[in-house]
Design a protein around this ligand. Structure first.
Ligand SMILES: [Zn+2]
Length: 201
């Protein structure tokens, strides 16, 4: 499991001025706890904020059954003044990943569990104006193709990037800071990962 971004480039700056890396680290640790409770082994990559080169993350994941990258989302710069309109989770996979089918199965399983826990897909990344026209791989479950995504393309194992929520939205940022909400996201991500890994595909 990859903790998105690193100390020198900590990702998005949230509505309250906190770096995304802080959110990614807190959530990744919680997901690790939940995955371990399910009896699976998990290793964090980038926990110390020292992974500047993206393909080193997938390189150092050799041997894993799944590469899971944990992030928190933003919006296009010109929509930042109205960022409170944007919310929800998004899941990204690359069709260039050698295990693209399994990547989709895992992303879908995570989306299903997140929705069952009451979370909603953001969907704006598919929009040509509001987002980047990232086509849906599974619209209902918030899964998009993002073919040049480095951690999707360079992973030798199935790979899913999770955008847990939109932290440039003030209300959503407050939710993402709530330990109960974080735990519930972590439970859903862990359960989704286990569900897809348990299936022989
Ligand atoms: Zn990010």
């Amino acid at each position: 499991m990859d903790v998105g971004h690193y100390a020198a480039e900590p990702g998005v700056i949230s509505a309250s001025g906190r770096p995304e890396f802080e959110y990614n680290l807190a959530l990744a640790r919680e997901v690790r706890t939940e995955i371990e409770k399910l009896g699976l082994k998990v290793r964090l990559i980038g926990e110390r904020g020292d992974y500047a080169v993206l393909h080193h993350r997938t390189r150092d994941a050799q041997g894993a059954d799944l590469f899971l990258s944990i992030h928190h989302d933003s919006v296009k710069e010109r929509f930042l003044p109205e960022a409170d309109r944007f919310s929800g989770f998004s899941l990204f996979i690359s069709s260039f990943n050698p295990k693209a089918e399994k990547s989709l199965a895992c992303a879908r399983a995570i989306g299903v569990k997140l929705r069952a826990a009451g979370f909603t897909p953001s969907r704006y990344h598919a929009d040509p104006v509001l987002g980047e026209s990232r086509s849906f791989a599974d619209e209902a479950n918030g899964v998009h193709y993002y073919d040049n995504l480095a951690v999707g393309r360079t992973a030798s194992m199935p790979s899913v990037l999770v955008e847990a929520g939109v932290i440039v939205n003030r209300e959503e940022e407050a939710r993402m800071r709530d330990p109960q909400v974080r735990r519930s996201i972590a439970l859903a991500v862990a359960a989704g990962a286990r569900a897809c890994l348990a299936k022989e595909e």
